[in-house]
Design a protein around this ligand. Sequence first.
Ligand SMILES: C[S@@+](CC[C@H](N)C(=O)[O-])C[C@H]1O[C@@H](n2cnc3c(N)ncnc32)[C@H](O)[C@@H]1O
Length: 266
Amino acid sequence: MTINVIEEADRIFKTWKEKVLPCDYIENGIMLWEGLAFCAVCDKLGITLVLESGVAGGRSTEILARYFDFDIKAVDDGKLYGMDRFNNTKKRLSKYPNVEMINGDSDILVPDLIHANKDKKIAVLIDGPKGNRAKHLAKICMRDKTVKFVAIHDTCRDYSYHNLDDMIGTFFYTDDPKFLKKYKFIDSGKDIYSEDGGGLGFVRNIKWNDINMSQKIRFISRRGIKKLKQDIILITGYPHNSFSKPLVQIKRFIDISRGKVIRKPK
Ligand SMILES: C[S@@+](CC[C@H](N)C(=O)[O-])C[C@H]1O[C@@H](n2cnc3c(N)ncnc32)[C@H](O)[C@@H]1O
Protein backbone atom coordinates (compact mmCIF):
# COMPACT_ATOMS: atom_id res chain seq x y z
CA MET A 1 0.00 0.00 0.00
CA THR A 2 1.47 3.35 -1.00
CA ILE A 3 0.64 6.38 1.10
CA ASN A 4 0.02 9.76 -0.46
CA VAL A 5 0.52 11.96 2.60
CA ILE A 6 -0.84 15.11 0.94
CA GLU A 7 -4.08 13.34 -0.01
CA GLU A 8 -4.37 11.88 3.49
CA ALA A 9 -3.77 15.32 5.04
CA ASP A 10 -6.46 16.81 2.76
CA ARG A 11 -8.85 14.09 3.88
CA ILE A 12 -8.46 14.74 7.63
CA PHE A 13 -7.76 18.46 7.59
CA LYS A 14 -11.26 19.73 8.43
CA THR A 15 -11.64 17.45 11.47
CA TRP A 16 -8.02 17.89 12.50
CA LYS A 17 -8.40 21.67 12.46
CA GLU A 18 -11.54 21.51 14.61
CA LYS A 19 -9.92 19.22 17.16
CA VAL A 20 -6.39 20.63 17.35
CA LEU A 21 -6.48 24.37 16.64
CA PRO A 22 -5.77 26.83 18.10
CA CYS A 23 -2.53 25.42 19.48
CA ASP A 24 0.12 27.85 20.67
CA TYR A 25 3.72 27.44 19.64
CA ILE A 26 5.95 26.01 22.37
CA GLU A 27 9.68 26.46 22.15
CA ASN A 28 11.57 23.51 20.67
CA GLY A 29 8.30 22.04 19.45
CA ILE A 30 7.36 20.58 16.10
CA MET A 31 5.32 22.55 13.58
CA LEU A 32 1.59 22.09 13.26
CA TRP A 33 1.88 20.95 9.65
CA GLU A 34 4.32 18.27 10.77
CA GLY A 35 1.77 17.12 13.35
CA LEU A 36 -0.93 17.12 10.68
CA ALA A 37 1.16 14.83 8.46
CA PHE A 38 1.82 12.47 11.36
CA CYS A 39 -1.88 12.27 12.30
CA ALA A 40 -2.83 11.68 8.65
CA VAL A 41 -0.44 8.73 8.32
CA CYS A 42 -1.65 7.27 11.65
CA ASP A 43 -5.24 7.40 10.39
CA LYS A 44 -4.33 5.80 7.08
CA LEU A 45 -2.53 2.90 8.79
CA GLY A 46 -5.17 2.39 11.51
CA ILE A 47 -2.78 3.15 14.36
CA THR A 48 -4.12 2.48 17.88
CA LEU A 49 -1.17 3.60 20.03
CA VAL A 50 1.48 6.32 19.61
CA LEU A 51 4.80 6.07 21.42
CA GLU A 52 6.66 9.33 21.52
CA SER A 53 10.34 9.84 22.27
CA GLY A 54 11.28 13.43 23.17
CA VAL A 55 8.58 15.59 24.75
CA ALA A 56 10.23 18.76 26.18
CA GLY A 57 7.37 21.33 26.30
CA GLY A 58 4.97 18.80 24.82
CA ARG A 59 3.72 20.49 21.67
CA SER A 60 3.76 17.33 19.59
CA THR A 61 2.16 15.38 22.45
CA GLU A 62 -0.62 17.95 22.71
CA ILE A 63 -1.39 17.84 18.98
CA LEU A 64 -1.68 14.05 19.17
CA ALA A 65 -3.69 14.07 22.41
CA ARG A 66 -6.25 16.44 20.91
CA TYR A 67 -6.65 14.60 17.63
CA PHE A 68 -6.68 10.97 18.80
CA ASP A 69 -8.87 9.18 21.33
CA PHE A 70 -6.36 6.39 21.81
CA ASP A 71 -3.34 6.44 24.13
CA ILE A 72 -0.18 8.48 23.65
CA LYS A 73 2.75 7.27 25.75
CA ALA A 74 5.42 9.94 25.77
CA VAL A 75 8.97 9.39 27.04
CA ASP A 76 11.54 12.05 27.93
CA ASP A 77 14.74 11.70 29.92
CA GLY A 78 14.57 15.31 31.15
CA LYS A 79 18.28 15.71 30.50
CA LEU A 80 18.32 18.45 27.86
CA TYR A 81 15.92 20.91 29.48
CA GLY A 82 15.92 19.59 33.05
CA MET A 83 13.40 17.86 35.28
CA ASP A 84 11.52 21.07 36.11
CA ARG A 85 10.47 21.37 32.49
CA PHE A 86 9.57 17.68 32.40
CA ASN A 87 7.40 18.04 35.51
CA ASN A 88 5.74 21.24 34.26
CA THR A 89 4.89 19.61 30.93
CA LYS A 90 3.58 16.51 32.69
CA LYS A 91 1.33 18.72 34.83
CA ARG A 92 0.12 20.74 31.82
CA LEU A 93 -0.68 17.60 29.83
CA SER A 94 -2.44 15.88 32.74
CA LYS A 95 -5.72 17.34 31.45
CA TYR A 96 -5.55 14.82 28.57
CA PRO A 97 -6.66 11.43 29.92
CA ASN A 98 -5.07 9.63 26.95
CA VAL A 99 -1.54 10.93 27.69
CA GLU A 100 0.96 9.15 29.87
CA MET A 101 4.30 10.91 30.35
CA ILE A 102 7.16 8.69 31.39
CA ASN A 103 10.58 9.81 32.57
CA GLY A 104 13.56 7.81 31.33
CA ASP A 105 15.75 6.84 28.41
CA SER A 106 13.78 6.00 25.27
CA ASP A 107 16.42 3.55 24.11
CA ILE A 108 15.28 1.35 26.97
CA LEU A 109 11.68 2.42 27.57
CA VAL A 110 10.32 2.58 24.02
CA PRO A 111 11.28 -1.03 23.13
CA ASP A 112 9.80 -2.08 26.50
CA LEU A 113 6.55 -0.25 25.70
CA ILE A 114 6.38 -1.92 22.30
CA HIS A 115 6.85 -5.27 23.96
CA ALA A 116 4.09 -4.54 26.49
CA ASN A 117 1.57 -3.51 23.79
CA LYS A 118 1.61 -6.40 21.36
CA ASP A 119 -2.14 -6.10 20.75
CA LYS A 120 -1.80 -2.56 19.33
CA LYS A 121 -0.90 -1.05 15.97
CA ILE A 122 1.91 1.27 16.96
CA ALA A 123 3.39 4.45 15.48
CA VAL A 124 6.60 5.89 16.94
CA LEU A 125 7.45 9.60 16.83
CA ILE A 126 11.08 10.40 17.62
CA ASP A 127 12.13 14.00 18.34
CA GLY A 128 15.00 13.19 20.69
CA PRO A 129 17.43 11.49 20.42
CA LYS A 130 18.48 12.99 17.08
CA GLY A 131 20.39 11.99 13.96
CA ASN A 132 21.93 8.54 13.87
CA ARG A 133 20.81 7.78 17.42
CA ALA A 134 17.22 8.39 16.34
CA LYS A 135 17.69 6.12 13.33
CA HIS A 136 19.15 3.44 15.53
CA LEU A 137 16.15 3.62 17.86
CA ALA A 138 13.80 3.52 14.84
CA LYS A 139 15.48 0.35 13.58
CA ILE A 140 15.15 -1.31 16.97
CA CYS A 141 11.45 -0.35 17.12
CA MET A 142 10.83 -1.75 13.64
CA ARG A 143 12.12 -5.17 14.62
CA ASP A 144 8.60 -5.63 15.90
CA LYS A 145 5.80 -5.95 13.35
CA THR A 146 3.34 -4.20 15.67
CA VAL A 147 5.19 -0.97 14.80
CA LYS A 148 3.69 0.19 11.52
CA PHE A 149 5.82 3.27 10.95
CA VAL A 150 8.31 5.60 12.60
CA ALA A 151 8.63 9.35 12.03
CA ILE A 152 11.83 11.16 12.96
CA HIS A 153 12.07 14.90 13.47
CA ASP A 154 14.84 17.19 12.21
CA THR A 155 15.45 15.07 9.14
CA CYS A 156 15.20 18.11 6.86
CA ARG A 157 18.03 20.05 8.51
CA ASP A 158 21.47 20.45 7.01
CA TYR A 159 23.10 18.21 9.60
CA SER A 160 20.72 15.36 8.93
CA TYR A 161 19.21 16.26 5.58
CA HIS A 162 16.96 13.44 4.32
CA ASN A 163 19.20 11.06 6.20
CA LEU A 164 16.51 8.38 6.19
CA ASP A 165 17.00 7.77 2.46
CA ASP A 166 18.96 4.62 3.15
CA MET A 167 15.99 3.03 4.95
CA ILE A 168 13.81 0.90 2.71
CA GLY A 169 10.49 2.09 4.08
CA THR A 170 11.13 5.84 3.80
CA PHE A 171 8.23 7.43 1.96
CA PHE A 172 7.86 11.11 2.86
CA TYR A 173 9.52 14.22 4.27
CA THR A 174 7.48 17.22 5.33
CA ASP A 175 9.68 19.63 3.36
CA ASP A 176 7.94 18.29 0.25
CA PRO A 177 7.30 21.57 -1.64
CA LYS A 178 3.68 20.68 -2.51
CA PHE A 179 2.92 19.81 1.09
CA LEU A 180 4.56 22.98 2.44
CA LYS A 181 2.78 25.17 -0.10
CA LYS A 182 -0.55 23.78 1.03
CA TYR A 183 -0.11 23.52 4.79
CA LYS A 184 2.65 25.81 5.97
CA PHE A 185 0.08 28.54 6.66
CA ILE A 186 -1.38 26.70 9.67
CA ASP A 187 1.57 27.52 11.91
CA SER A 188 2.49 31.13 12.37
CA GLY A 189 4.85 30.19 15.20
CA LYS A 190 8.57 30.20 14.81
CA ASP A 191 11.05 27.41 15.14
CA ILE A 192 14.21 28.74 16.76
CA TYR A 193 16.33 27.42 13.88
CA SER A 194 14.22 27.79 10.81
CA GLU A 195 10.77 28.85 9.76
CA ASP A 196 10.45 25.63 7.79
CA GLY A 197 10.57 23.50 10.94
CA GLY A 198 13.03 20.68 11.39
CA GLY A 199 11.04 18.42 9.14
CA LEU A 200 9.60 15.00 9.82
CA GLY A 201 10.75 11.99 7.83
CA PHE A 202 8.45 8.97 7.64
CA VAL A 203 9.53 5.32 7.44
CA ARG A 204 7.17 2.37 6.99
CA ASN A 205 8.07 -0.86 8.68
CA ILE A 206 8.68 -2.90 5.56
CA LYS A 207 11.44 -5.27 4.61
CA TRP A 208 13.31 -5.70 1.35
CA ASN A 209 11.23 -8.70 0.34
CA ASP A 210 7.96 -6.76 0.85
CA ILE A 211 8.67 -4.38 -2.04
CA ASN A 212 8.57 -4.97 -5.78
CA MET A 213 11.43 -4.53 -8.24
CA SER A 214 10.51 -0.98 -9.31
CA GLN A 215 10.36 0.09 -5.66
CA LYS A 216 13.77 -1.55 -5.16
CA ILE A 217 15.20 0.42 -8.08
CA ARG A 218 13.65 3.66 -6.79
CA PHE A 219 15.09 3.00 -3.35
CA ILE A 220 18.54 2.31 -4.71
CA SER A 221 18.43 5.33 -7.06
CA ARG A 222 18.04 7.61 -4.04
CA ARG A 223 21.54 6.53 -3.09
CA GLY A 224 23.17 6.94 -6.51
CA ILE A 225 23.64 4.10 -8.97
CA LYS A 226 26.99 4.10 -10.73
CA LYS A 227 26.96 0.87 -12.66
CA LEU A 228 24.40 -1.81 -13.44
CA LYS A 229 25.37 -5.32 -14.39
CA GLN A 230 22.49 -7.81 -14.57
CA ASP A 231 21.16 -7.66 -11.05
CA ILE A 232 24.27 -6.09 -9.63
CA ILE A 233 24.37 -2.43 -8.73
CA LEU A 234 27.30 -0.37 -7.56
CA ILE A 235 26.23 2.27 -5.09
CA THR A 236 28.50 5.10 -4.21
CA GLY A 237 27.86 7.87 -1.77
CA TYR A 238 28.90 9.54 1.40
CA PRO A 239 27.59 8.63 4.81
CA HIS A 240 25.15 11.12 6.21
CA ASN A 241 26.37 13.33 8.98
CA SER A 242 29.77 13.06 7.34
CA PHE A 243 30.32 16.76 8.06
CA SER A 244 31.62 15.75 11.45
CA LYS A 245 33.75 12.88 10.16
CA PRO A 246 36.38 12.55 7.47
CA LEU A 247 34.70 12.21 4.08
CA VAL A 248 34.95 8.54 3.31
CA GLN A 249 33.20 7.38 0.19
CA ILE A 250 31.10 4.26 0.55
CA LYS A 251 31.20 1.74 -2.28
CA ARG A 252 28.87 -1.19 -2.21
CA PHE A 253 27.88 -3.82 -4.72
CA ILE A 254 24.33 -4.95 -4.22
CA ASP A 255 22.59 -7.92 -5.74
CA ILE A 256 19.14 -6.38 -6.06
CA SER A 257 17.41 -9.67 -6.78
CA ARG A 258 18.50 -10.93 -3.35
CA GLY A 259 18.67 -7.54 -1.63
CA LYS A 260 22.15 -8.38 -0.41
CA VAL A 261 25.42 -6.52 -0.32
CA ILE A 262 28.01 -8.68 -2.08
CA ARG A 263 31.80 -8.51 -2.22
CA LYS A 264 32.25 -7.91 -5.96
CA PRO A 265 30.52 -9.14 -9.11
CA LYS A 266 32.38 -11.91 -10.90
C1 LIG B 1 13.18 18.88 20.60
S1 LIG B 1 12.71 18.32 22.16
C2 LIG B 1 11.12 17.62 21.86
C3 LIG B 1 10.04 18.60 21.46
C4 LIG B 1 8.65 18.03 21.36
N1 LIG B 1 8.59 16.91 20.45
C5 LIG B 1 7.65 19.06 20.95
O1 LIG B 1 7.12 19.03 19.83
O2 LIG B 1 7.36 19.97 21.77
C6 LIG B 1 13.74 16.91 22.42
C7 LIG B 1 13.57 16.20 23.76
O3 LIG B 1 14.09 14.88 23.62
C8 LIG B 1 14.65 14.47 24.85
N2 LIG B 1 15.55 13.32 24.61
C9 LIG B 1 16.70 13.29 23.91
N3 LIG B 1 17.24 12.04 23.92
C10 LIG B 1 16.40 11.26 24.65
C11 LIG B 1 16.39 9.90 25.01
N4 LIG B 1 17.36 9.04 24.62
N5 LIG B 1 15.37 9.43 25.77
C12 LIG B 1 14.38 10.26 26.15
N6 LIG B 1 14.32 11.58 25.83
C13 LIG B 1 15.32 12.07 25.08
C14 LIG B 1 15.32 15.72 25.35
O4 LIG B 1 15.53 15.67 26.73
C15 LIG B 1 14.33 16.81 24.92
O5 LIG B 1 13.46 17.11 25.97
